[in-house]
Design a protein around this ligand. Structure first.
Ligand SMILES: CC(C)(COP(=O)(O)OP(=O)(O)OC[C@H]1O[C@@H](n2cnc3c(N)ncnc32)[C@H](O)[C@@H]1OP(=O)(O)O)[C@@H](O)C(=O)NCCC(=O)NCCS
Length: 222
């Protein structure tokens, strides 16, 4: 068999795969800092999740099994801290912190990073005592900016962001729409919900929102 031509090798190299920026970006907004978890964040993360569990559970099933003890959250932070930025890391959970007090008020992240097409899935939650103050909208608005910023300008260098929201999760849909993500379609009976036990139980539809780098954001009115 003959050796592949240089032209064929160049063709195989496109599109340019994503590589994690170093150092990992932080996003600063008027009230918040969105940053990778660092050693020492575990107890605050556990406390926020434990207080929020009932509100997270209908939509985030991991809250029923994960972060049950403070050690789980310490381990979670340490596991991600060690993985961040390594060549195989595809999951970047990010804490949302009050810029003045440093309090952990919620969490977001760039998950399931597809290096070949430079896309990631964004998720979010905010502790109940901080909900209804525009925290999620402000944090995600800022994160979207940083996510699309080129790596050499201090950003994550991504090209496409996607968010999945259960149809009945109206607060979360509002966040996606106020940030200006575009509705791309409905994934039918894509997810199972049913916790706590008295909550509605079954397979539910999920809305897929997405945004491409450089495209205008059609933000819903506040
Ligand atoms: C969805 C969530 C992150 C919104 O956080 P938030 O910081 O309160 O959001 P914002 O203040 O930016 O407001 C977004 C919308 O949430 C809704 N909302 C906020 N607080 C609410 C409350 N206490 N009761 C009802 N709706 C509320 C409002 O509809 C608001 O839209 P509006 O400005 O048009 O009124 C939060 O409710 C949460 O953590 N929910 C549980 C986890 C979850 O569902 N995560 C998303 C999975 S896709």
């Amino acid at each position: 068999m003959s050796a592949p031509s240089e032209a064929w090798l160049a063709y195989l190299g496109e599109p340019i795969p994503w590589r994690p920026p170093s150092p990992l970006p932080r996003t600063t907004t008027a009230r918040l800092v969105v940053r990778p978890y660092a050693r020492g964040d575990g107890p605050a993360l556990f406390a926020a999740i434990d207080r929020s569990r009932a509100g997270l559970l209908p939509w985030m099933l991991w809250a029923s099994t994960d972060h049950r003890h403070v050690e789980d959250s310490i381990h979670y932070v340490e596991r991600h801290r060690r993985a961040y930025g390594t060549s195989s890391c595809r999951d970047y959970p990010l804490g949302i912190f009050d810029r003045t007090s440093g309090e952990l008020v919620g969490s977001t992240g760039l998950h399931d990073v597809r290096v070949g097409t430079r896309q990631a899935e964004v998720g979010w939650w905010v502790a109940p005592s901080h909900q209804g103050k525009g925290i999620a909208t402000e944090a995600i608005d800022g994160l979207v900016e940083t996510a699309f910023q080129p790596v050499d300008q201090g950003g994550w260098g991504l090209r496409r962001l996607v968010v999945y929201v259960v149809t009945d999760n109206h607060p979360s849909r509002r966040v996606a729409e106020k940030v200006g993500l575009r509705l791309e379609g409905t994934l039918r009976a894509e997810r199972f919900i049913g916790y706590p036990p008295d909550a509605p139980r079954g397979y539910v539809d999920v809305l897929a929102y997405a945004l491409l780098a450089g495209e205008p954001r059609a933000r819903a009115a506040p």
